[in-house]
Design a protein around this ligand. Structure first.
Ligand code: IVH
Length: 703
């Protein structure tokens, strides 16, 4: 027995849920809390469980309801689902324009719409009387696969159109307050009453995953020990072709629409109005589309997006430039599968696939073994890539990357190219899994693995590969700064047995240098002078040069302020070291460990004998007071009694620290004339601002 009041209430509930779903998933602007939303949904579920025969296919409860299927049925599209021709750059795009202009001179006067080209999967959505009844993949453009159950789980897809508008909801809410059972009237508030929706309508869009959601998904999978996905597109593709919609429902798929494939109602004459119309029905559309009066403006806009593609929330492989006038678009016809009326302006690819020829292992300065991919050379974004990082051996195992695989390689911005993972489907012949080396590839000594660390180490201090990296680091600019000592020379010196550690550099003489290939008189003299000069480097440079794990240029300065020479530092206790500002427990432990090793003790002896033993001038570095102990300062503007160097010295000699930028850790900002943006930052973060006199008073009072 049907209760009309209850049915009306049910309908109102559905309408509200559709609307709030739309606010959340399409507009990204929810107006109620998740809790309120869940309550509405729970109430609807409750009512429907009491009256299962009242459930309609467009009910919001029906998004993830259906059982897994055996296979996907075929669906013939009502019109071909076309692809796009590509343009690689401005010239190509202009050539396209010239070409279509020759075919039809209306092209000269039409407008152009530019939209992001979403790197997702085309889907075709069928609506009957405003209800989502069927959805398909693109397939071959003529026939696709019926993936309705999976598409239903995507919240951005409206299950009924148009989605109720705010005014209508407000109205039903105010009525609901009076009497929930009379909250809507089917004739007045029926969805179709204010907008003509065609009886049959077929819309095309792109299903994809936003980058942030993809990262969250992978994080979640990693935390639960499951396999992570390669990239958003592959994940979206896999999720759409799941036979069990319950699985699809757990993937953060979303949608943007851009084309009407078929409608038996009136349709807009332009692409721009098509987007507006789709939006008014409740379909999600991009907010990055723009319309231009001529091709040049359209191309200019597209070029600008190329450098800003990272601002889009999803992966875009280009922009689509479309002729706005849809009758002209249709009249231009198609060439193969590509409509002549649009062109994909492709951004340089950042992800390409190529063959993994070999995995080589490099030995770093600290003995860490790092696997590197040797690739079949391939162009990524204008650069030929032959090598890419494989991160570490755990990564190779987790992704099951094997030499001989076709792999996806990414190169974006400044980062070193890296392998994302193998394309396992393309593994044709039987290839063996990769096994990490058990011995160092250079010295053949067994490698070691520290509990809880991913890295594998070659712990042989005499390993020539480590020595090359060590010497390279020792002579570098922030360390001993020995100019003229390139990697080739370092390798030669080691190969010829002229150096066995960095201290041996100071034993080199002209005779032995001249024996090396490519050394003439002058070059040898210059190098020897440069080596000799390096003995004058201050302690902090030598400390950096030693390459103690964790001791970089900054902590080397911190240490040399407290310990005037390697004599005092080498006998410092763990506790002593930890108390130095800027030195944490890990660095402190690494220092103690380094000085305890016999090999390093020998090295220190050799350095001392070679007079590479800087001793800091105690008067210069010694503390004047501890008045500013533990305090961090930032200076902005021009001071009266100090210049930039002298205020730094003053603060440091009294125990304080000076940094460049204001953060929450800054204790004081010292303010001078004409301060910069640091002052604003200080105000924003509530950091105390003082003058230079305040600073002096602080020191005098506390000293
Ligand atoms: S228009 C006649 N617009 O790119 C209409 N396609 O490489 C032809 N795509 O198969 C397509 N974003 O899957 C169009 N804003 C957009 C698009 C877009 C992504 C995809 C679509 C198409 C492929 C062509």
């Amino acid at each position: 027995m049907k209760n009309p009041r209850l049915q009306l209430h049910l309908e109102d509930l559905r309408k509200q849920i559709h609307y709030h779903n739309y606010r959340y998933h399409v507009l990204d602007a929810p107006v109620i809390s998740d809790l309120e939303y869940d309550r509405l949904l729970a109430e609807l579920k409750q009512l429907e469980s009491e009256h299962p025969d009242w459930i309609t296919p467009d009910s919001p409860t029906q998004r993830a309801g259906s059982a897994p299927s055996e296979k996907f049925e075929k669906v013939r599209h009502p019109a071909p689902i076309l692809s796009l021709a590509n343009a690689f750059g401005t010239e190509d795009a202009l050539a396209w324009f010239e070409r279509v202009k020759k075919i039809d001179d209306r092209v000269e006067r039409t407008k152009f719409v530019v939209e992001p080209k979403i790197d997702g999967l085309s889907v075709v959505l069928h609506y009957e009387d405003g209800i989502f009844i069927k959805g398909a993949t693109r397939g071959d453009g003529q026939v696709g696969e019926n993936i309705t159950a999976n598409l239903r789980t995507i919240r951005a897809i409206p299950l009924r159109i148009p989605v109720a508008r705010q005014a209508e909801i407000d109205e039903s809410h105010s009525k609901a307050n009076e009497n929930p059972l009379f909250s809507s009237s089917p004739t007045k508030n029926a969805p179709n009453s204010y907008m003509q929706v065609p009886k049959h309508m077929v819309v095309r869009g792109e299903v994809f995953i936003n980058i942030k959601d993809f990262e969250k998904l992978n994080q979640r999978l990693e935390e639960s020990g499951e396999k992570t996905y390669l990239n958003p597109r592959n994940t979206a593709a896999g999720s759409l072709r799941q036979l069990d919609p319950a699985l699809t429902a757990t993937r953060p798929l979303t949608l943007l629409t851009y084309q009407i494939i078929y409608s038996d109602g009136p349709v807009p004459f332009t692409q721009w109005e098509t987007l507006e119309y789709l939006q008014s029905l409740g379909f999600p559309i991009t907010n990055s589309a723009r319309r231009f009066d001529n091709i040049h403006a359209a191309i200019y806009f597209t070029e600008k997006w190329e450098s800003q593609r990272d601002k889009l929330p999803f992966e875009a492989d280009g922009m689509v430039i479309k002729i706005d006038d849809l009758r002209l678009f249709a009249d231009l016809g198609v060439a193969g599968k590509d409509p002549r009326g649009a062109i994909a302006f492709k951004f340089p690819a950042r992800e390409v696939s190529t063959s993994l020829l070999e995995i080589v292992v490099n030995v770093g300065r600290t003995g860490v073994l790092t696997p590197q991919a040797v690739l079949d050379p391939v162009e990524i974004g204008g650069v030929i890539v032959e090598r890419a990082t494989l991160h570490n051996f755990d990564f190779i195992a987790e992704k099951d990357i094997r030499p001989g695989d076709r792999v996806l390689v990414k190169r974006a911005g400044e980062v070193i190219p890296y392998v994302i993972g193998p394309l396992k489907d393309l593994r044709v012949k039987v290839i063996k899994p990769y096994l990490p080396p058990t011995t160092c590839p250079t010295c053949q000594q067994p490698v070691e693995h520290l509990e809880g660390e991913v890295a594998w180490y070659c712990v042989n201090a005499a390993c020539p590969a480590q020595l090359v990296r060590n010497v390279e680091h020792f002579v570098s600019k922030g360390a001993m700064d020995i100019t003229g000592m390139g990697i080739r020379i370092v390798e030669q010196l080691i190969l010829e047995g002229l150096i066995k550690d960095v201290a041996d550099l100071y034993k080199l003489d002209k005779k032995s240098l001249l024996k090396l290939g490519g050394f003439a008189d002058k070059k040898a003299d210059n190098l020897l002078r440069s080596i000799s000069e390096s003995k004058k480097q201050p302690l902090n440079h030598l400390l950096t040069a030693l390459g103690i794990r964790g001791v970089g240029e900054v902590s080397a300065v911190d240490l040399s302020r407290v310990f005037p020479s390697l004599d005092s530092l080498s006998s410092a206790s763990l506790e002593n070291l930890q108390n130095i500002p800027g030195i944490g427990p890990n660095i402190a432990a690494a220092i103690v460990d380094w000085f305890s090793r016999p090999n390093n003790r020998l090295l220190l002896d050799k350095l001392r004998k070679a007079q590479v033993w800087p001793v800091e001038d105690l008067k210069k570095t010694n503390r004047k007071s501890n008045a500013l102990d533990g305090l961090t300062f930032v200076v902005t503007g021009t001071l009266v009694g100090f210049n930039r160097e002298s205020i730094k010295e003053f603060i440091e000699q009294n125990g304080g620290k000076v940094t460049d930028s204001v953060s929450k850790k800054t204790n004081y900002v010292v303010l001078g004339e004409n301060p910069g943006s640091k002052l604003e930052k200080a105000r924003l973060l509530n950091v105390q601002v003082i003058g230079e006199d305040d600073l002096r008073i602080k020191v005098v009072k506390n000293a």
